[in-house]
Ligand binder design. Structure first.
Ligand code: NAD
Ligand code: FNR
Length: 184
């Protein structure tokens, strides 16, 4: 049912919109962002610039034509020059049970130790594909846009690997939460 706004309601809304919004400090922003549950992914690359991987929750679908997703990567991360050099990557969406691996790729651990903790294969680009990931998107980076501290990597998907058996994993309220898949 639609309710018509009275003139007084409309005036009240306009008045509320007119209240100036204080600039948010990053602590307040991060606290608010901690309420947005998100899938956790290990983003990997391999190529002329070397092999690297990091944990990312800032990943989302952009368009299905051409199939494109985006990944936000902090330019101050040690892995940044490797991704910029290779221009290809694999988004490995983590399953329940991958919590320790996520922390390993999200910390200051040397790259060899990160990759030694799991099994990997390859698809088209040669970027490492994580065994047991819920899904892996093998991609070429088609565009990079810098916003603030991060680069937004637009990635066109060239190959996929599904794992229909794995349960999911989300990061919410600064903790990992398993997601149960209904298995038939
Ligand atoms: N987008 C990101 O770069 C991002 C996302 C999640 C976590 N992290 C990093 O992981 C560590 C632990 O994070 P946490 O979630 O436990 O606590 P936190 O308080 O650092 O972050 C809370 C939320 O804020 C957002 N966020 C954090 N750092 C950000 C950044 N530099 N730029 C944009 N958004 C950011 C994310 O959504 C995160 O879940 C921190 O070092 C954090 O910087 C980075
Ligand atoms: C759950 C979770 C989620 C994210 C991260 C961490 C964790 C634990 N990190 C941080 C990122 O993984 C970390 O900075 C990298 O490992 C790079 O670190 P090095 O500079 O290589 O040690 C991260 N960084 C980033 O640039 N974009 C992102 O979306 C995320 N998301």
């Amino acid at each position: 049912m639609h309710t018509a706004l009275t003139q007084a309601d409309a005036a009240g809304l306009a008045a509320r919109r007119a209240v100036p919004v204080e600039p948010l400090d990053k602590h307040t922003f991060r606290n608010a962002m901690s309420c947005l549950g998100a899938a956790v992914n290990i983003i990997t690359t391999d190529g002329p610039a070397g092999r690297a991987g990091f944990t990312a929750s800032a990943v989302c679908s952009v368009t299905d034509t051409p199939p494109t997703l985006l990944v936000c990567l902090n330019r101050s991360a040690s892995v940044h020059p490797v991704f910029a050099g290779n221009q290809q990557l694999c988004v490995n969406t983590l399953a329940a049970g991958h919590e320790d691996l996520s922390n390993l790729f999200g910390g200051k651990t040397p790259m060899e130790a990160r990759f030694a903790a799991a099994d990997w294969s390859r698809l088209e680009t040669g970027s490492p594909v994580l065994a047991g990931a819920v899904v892996s998107f093998d991609c070429r980076i088609t565009q990079t846009v810098s916003v603030g501290t991060h680069d937004i990597l637009f990635c066109e998907v060239v190959a996929l690997l599904h794992n229909d058996a794995g349960h999911g994993l989300v990061y919410f309220d600064r903790r990992y939460h398993p997601l149960t898949r209904q298995l038939s």
